[in-house]
Design a protein. Structure first.
Length: 228
C-alpha cells in the first residue's frame, strides 16, 4: 500500500492544510500499513498543458519534459492520492491546478458516455485501484459555501473521487496557542483516515464532527481581526 499527498500549497511544509492531510494519511497508514509520500507541487517544474493532445494519440507520453511525468508515475503506483490544498479564490493554488491539467496523458482521444450521461475521454491508464481524496482548508469561519465551487470542480475532474474533506479555520493548525483545539481535530482527522481505509467512507457522526468549527465563529473573527 502507498499513500501519495500532492500538496498544492505555496507554503509547502508549512501549509495548514498539509497538517490535516498528514493526519488523515497517518490514519490510512495505521490500517493499511502504507508508506506516505509527499510531493510539493510548488517546488516542482510543471509547465502548462498546451492542449496539443499528442499524449492522447501516442499512448500517454507528454511532449513537455519536466517533473509532471515523474509525479504521474508515482500517482499510478499509489493506492491513495490525497489532493491537499488551501482555498485560493474559491479554487486551488495554481501549481496544483496546472498539474491536474497535465493529467491529459491518462486518457485517450476516444470520447465515451459515462454512467451519468456525461461525455469524457476514455482512460488509457488503469485507475481502478486508486482512491482519490480532496482535502481543503480555509481561513474563513462559518460557511461551507466557500468550498462549493472547488469541490464541484474536483468531482467533475475526478468523478470517482472517493471523498472530499473541507475544513474552515485551518490557520489554527499552525498557531501554538490554538493547540488545545487544533490537536484534538488532527486526532479526529487521523481517526477519519483509519475509518475511510476500513470502510471506504465516513460515518455521518464522523462527518458531522469534522464539519463542526474548532472555535465559535465570533471568537475566531476576533482573533483573525486582531481584536482582544
Amino acid at each position: 500500500m502507498s499513500i501519495l499527498i500532492l500538496n498544492g500549497s505555496p507554503k509547502c511544509e508549512k501549509s495548514d492544510t498539509l497538517k490535516m492531510s498528514e493526519a488523515f494519511a497517518r490514519g490510512i497508514s495505521d490500517v493499511s500499513g502504507g508508506e506516505i509520500k509527499i510531493v510539493h507541487t510548488a517546488k516542482k517544474k510543471i509547465g502548462y498543458c498546451t492542449g496539443c493532445f499528442i499524449c492522447k494519440k501516442n499512448g500517454g507520453t507528454c511532449v513537455i519534459d519536466d517533473d509532471a511525468a515523474e509525479i504521474i508515475k508515482t500517482m499510478l503506483k499509489s493506492d491513495y492520492v490525497v489532493f491537499s490544498f488551501p482555498l485560493y479564490c474559491h479554487s486551488m493554488p495554481s501549481s496544483l491546478k496546472v498539474f491536474i491539467e497535465r493529467l491529459m496523458p491518462l486518457s485517450s482521444m476516444k470520447i465515451v458516455k459515462d454512467a451519468e450521461g456525461d461525455y469524457r475521454h476514455e482512460a488509457q491508464a488503469d485507475l481502478s485501484k486508486m482512491k482519490r481524496i480532496m482535502i481543503c482548508g480555509s481561513g474563513y469561519p462559518g460557511s461551507k459555501r466557500d468550498f462549493e465551487l472547488t469541490e464541484a470542480t474536483f468531482r467533475r475532474s475526478f468523478p470517482d473521487c472517493g471523498l472530499a474533506v473541507c475544513m474552515e479555520e485551518s490557520p489554527l493548525f499552525n498557531i501554538k496557542d490554538a493547540e488545545p483545539v487544533a490537536l484534538p481535530r488532527l486526532e479526529l482527522l487521523k481517526k477519519a483516515g483509519a475509518e475511510y481505509a476500513e470502510n471506504g467512507r465516513l460515518s455521518e457522526d464522523t462527518r458531522a464532527a469534522l464539519d463542526a468549527p474548532m472555535i465559535p465563529e465570533e471568537i475566531y473573527m476576533r482573533f483573525a481581526n486582531g481584536v482582544k
